[in-house]
Design a protein around this ligand. Structure first.
Ligand SMILES: [Zn+2]
Ligand SMILES: [Zn+2]
Length: 227
């Protein structure tokens, strides 16, 4: 008798390759992606050159890969992963990031990084959640791509407060010195993994620190891009 091993995380129909976690039909819908700006990963008519957003806020890293927009069903999956502790979703979500990175590598000749680092959580948040979602996304990517993964390369020193709740001076200090680098990444080609890129402030701050360390290049890889 044929046994059903697993169900699709999105439509709940059986999937025969349980490691993939998403059925063929749902994956096809997820990967039917609109063209994106290579620099910031926002939807854009042209992928070459800076989009209007990048034009106003210069991006100093090589580019951003996103598996999709922060909208259902991807946002729902991320929510289950982060807030309902469905950590079994990590490999499924990492695989979507991998497919997008490989597409960029094939089409736009993006370099393969030699080192992967993940956006860290503040220790207090880590204790509350029990895991760092970006760390769980980064681990399979490093394994599949045979890159070095440095889980402790970055440290988060303070919990960032929502910007809109702060005054101007507080906003500026809220943006600064949140992260530290605890590893020597000089001359390395680095991929920075984050679960969601919203304004890009986190990526910008970490990339600035990496560039002060004279890394050779930085790519930002995220699961979702907020529109
Ligand atoms: Zn499905
Ligand atoms: Zn852009």
């Amino acid at each position: 008798m044929l046994t059903i091993k697993s169900r699709c995380w999105i439509c709940m129909l059986p999937v025969w390759h349980s490691a993939v976690g998403i059925c063929y039909r749902c994956e096809k819908k997820l990967t039917l992606d609109q063209p994106r700006c290579l620099r910031c990963a926002l939807p854009s008519e042209s992928v070459v050159g800076d989009c209007p957003v990048c034009h106003h806020r210069s991006i100093s890293w090589q580019g951003t890969v996103a598996a999709g927009n922060y909208s259902p069903p991807l946002s729902k999956l991320l929510h289950q992963f982060k807030f309902s502790s469905h950590t079994a979703l990590a490999a499924t979500l990492s695989r979507l990031m991998l497919l997008n990175y490989l597409r960029y590598r094939r089409h736009y000749l993006w370099r393969k990084p030699d080192t992967i680092v993940a956006v860290p959580l503040h220790p207090k948040r880590y204790r509350q959640r029990g895991f760092n979602q970006s760390d769980l996304l980064a681990r399979p990517l490093a394994r599949w791509l045979a890159c070095t993964y440095w889980p402790d390369a970055l440290r988060c020193n303070q919990i960032r407060v929502a910007q809109h709740t702060l005054g101007r001076a507080q906003r500026q200090s809220n943006q600064k010195h949140v992260y530290d680098i605890c590893a020597d990444l000089r001359d390395r080609h680095v991929a920075l993994v984050d679960d969601v890129v919203t304004t890009g402030a986190t990526a910008r701050e970490i990339v600035e620190l990496l560039q002060l360390q004279r890394v050779a290049s930085v790519q930002v890889w995220c699961l979702c891009r907020t529109l």
